[in-house]
Every structure is written in structure tokens, then in C-alpha cells.
Design a protein around this ligand. Sequence first.
Ligand code: GLU
Length: 467
Amino acid sequence: MSEVRLRFAPSPTGYLHVGGARTALFNWLLARKQKGTFILRIEDTDVARSTQESVDAILQGMEWLGLDWDEGPYYQSDRFPVYKEFVQKLLDSGKAYKCYCTPEELEAKREQALMDGRKPKYDGTCRELAGDVPGKPYVVRFRAPHEGVTAFDDLIKGRIAFNNDELDDLIIQRSDGTPTYNFVVVIDDATMGITTVIRGDDHVNNTPRQILLYEALGYPVPHFAHVPMILGADKARLSKRHGATGVMAYRDMGYLPEALVNYLVRLGWSFGDEEIFSKEDLIEKFSIEQVGRSAGVFNPDKLLWLNAHYIKTGDPSRLAGLLVPFLHERGVDPTGGPDLVAVVKTLQERSRTLLEMADGALFYFRRDFSYDEKAVEKFLTPEVSPLYELLIAKFASSADFTHQSIEQIFKEICEEKGLKLGQVAQPARIALCGGTVAPSIFEVMEVLGKEETNLRLEKALAFVRRG
Ligand code: GLU
């Protein structure tokens, strides 16, 4: 089998959208699965709309998702001489021609066609011109066949056919000498040896025009796979109105790249009833033919569920590293506080995002929190004072300070005082964390250490005594 070559070809006119990321992912997965080559190509021929900022945002998004490329990034703006050469080749072989019709003439013809109830289409005025008209501006048009059918077997959508008489004589070079989009895509895919083109299905209508160009140039036509759009819950195309659509916005909201990868692949692709896929699983199991034909509906709850799974099962030291910027955002510098990895371990079960984890971790690094009012009312009654005193005394005299030894002390107190665990644990939680919603109090105390634990108990004791 010859080597497969796939590409992701974003236009740098904005950040990396989740739809684009999914297209990139499908290409990357197939390249990795078939041990082929994954190419990144920046389609920046639209100079007015392309920005370096967008290029950077796209590269950053790809890197964050772990979609590494083997070749590129190639920039179309670097390849104008190549496109010029191919325009000349088509002109020389008579497969393209110069068209001198002015925009005004074309517009008048278009209006006439509309008035006559015909589909507007270039009427071929210059198609059979005998020679060049020196000094007059021109565009270059592709001499497309007007009879027959152009069809392809889309790997996702099945057979798609267009009548050639519906296709115009495509402009491949504008009057200012710049090449047009449908032309440069073909030149790039052909000269870069792309074997399968996976892209959004908004490009289906471009495909027959592109196939005719491959044929005219004598290049093999690649396979095509057009990926359905992503929709919002209201079945409209996913847009900002449905929430975040940029890949990096998800990082900033505390999502893990593996959760987004898992989610985006499953959006439109399934493998039995499995939900959780590592990248390695995906490389093994993914196939483009199994991608569904209908558009996927973006479900933020499912993404959140997957993220919670990856946080729960993630490596604590890695999560600790990822958590730091979220803590900084909240004005917390975790150096010098309790061990961040130990902190993370207590929060993994109860955080769906790194953002939630950062919020949940704040009490570890701040002693100046105020107590939750409802919790105070319910649990910080005068009878709590002797309880705090007892905890402080027992901790002070205990050699060990592990969650097991701490639990043991709680049990002793319950027995001695005839209390239920919650009656001791809740006031302790408020003292240590400010409220009653917190990780296991034994673990919290172990992470904070004996000294800090007793300091916080003393503080709560003073608060209760004040009444
Ligand atoms: N640059 C095009 C886009 O961003 C992709 C073209 C293609 O994949 O063929 O929509």
C-alpha cells in the first residue's frame, strides 16, 4: 500500500473552531493509524482576512490538542510562483483561456439571466476567442467540460454526482494576477501528494470543480471525505451564541485536551457503546467510513462529563502543573503552601474542570476565608468549643498525622462523647475549609499538616467563643 498523506488546511481568519479541530483530528488520526504523513497548510490567499494572530491561534490550538504535524506549516502565500506556473500550463495546453469580459458586462448578463428565469452562469463569450487582446485586463478561466457528469464516492456521504452543465468556467486567476481558492487548493493537494481530503461538508459543492482541475492537470484524484457540520442544541450551525466555540476557550475554562479530543471524535463517530477513548485507542479504532452522515449536535454536558472523567483518572502531578495558572488567576501562589499534588488528589473526585478544582483548592492556600453563614448557624453552636479543644489537644499529642490516624482520633471522640461522625466532622470542616462542602476532612487535615490544622481549629474556637 502506498503511503497515505493527509492535511489540515485552515484559513487563518479566526481562532481554531471546534469544528475545524474535529476535521484536523480526523485527518491526524487517519495519518497516525495508517502510519502516513499529516501536513499542516495555512490557506492564507485571502490576504485581507488572514492574520498572523489567527495563524498563531491555530498553531496553539493544534499543539494544545496534541495534533502534531509531520510537514509544514506550508503557507499558500509563499507559493504564488507555483500557482502562476500552473495557470500558464493550463493556458498553454488550451485547458484555460483568458477572459476579457469586464465586471460590468458580466453583471449585466447576470441580471438578464435572472430576469429570464435562467441560472446565472458565464456564457462563454471568450471561450473561443482566437487570440490575446493586448493591453486589456483579463481573468483566466478554466475551460470546463459542459457535457457529462462529475461524480465521486465520498467516504462519508456516499456517491455524489453533479452535471457538468451546472458548473461554470471557473476563474482560476483574477485580473490582478492572484489565483483563486478552488484552484490553489487543487494545486496544493496535487503537488503535495494528498491521498485523502477530509474537510467540512461546506466544501462539497467545490469538489466537482476541483476534480475537473485534477483531471485537466493529469493528477490522480484523491479520495474525499466531507465531515458534517456541528450544530447547536437548536439544530442551527454551532456559533458563539451556543457558548464557546474556540478550542483555547475550553482550555481557559479548565478542560483537558484529552476530554475535548474524546468528545470531538465521538461527535459523529461511534464504536459500539464505548464512550471513553484515549488517543491510542482512537488511533487503533477510528475509521472515517464510520463517521455518521448527519450533523452532530454539540452537547456541553457530555463534554463536561468526559472532562470530569479525565480529571478523576488523570495523573495528579500533571493536573497540579495545569492547575497553577488557574490559581494564579485567583491571586494564589501555591508555592510555600501545602503540596499541590496532595491537594489535587483530594479534589480529583469532585472537580469537573480545572477551574472548579482551583476554586475548590483556594481554602488550602488562604487562611483568611470567612465561614459560610448557613454552616455557622447550623453547626457552630456553643457546644462545639469543647469539641475543638479536644481535637486540638489530641492532635497536639498524637505522634502521627496521617488521614488514618486523624480518622482514629475522630472515632475516639465520637465514642467518648456519644456523637455521630458528622457532628464532629462538620464543625471541623467549617474550621478548616470555611464551609461544609469540602473533600474528606481527614485528607484535608493531612494535606494541611498538624500545625496549620490546629491553627485553623484555634481560630474557629475563638470565633465560637466570641459567640
Ligand atoms: N481553507 C478551507 C477552510 O478553512 C479548507 C479547504 C479544504 O480543506 O479543502 O474551510
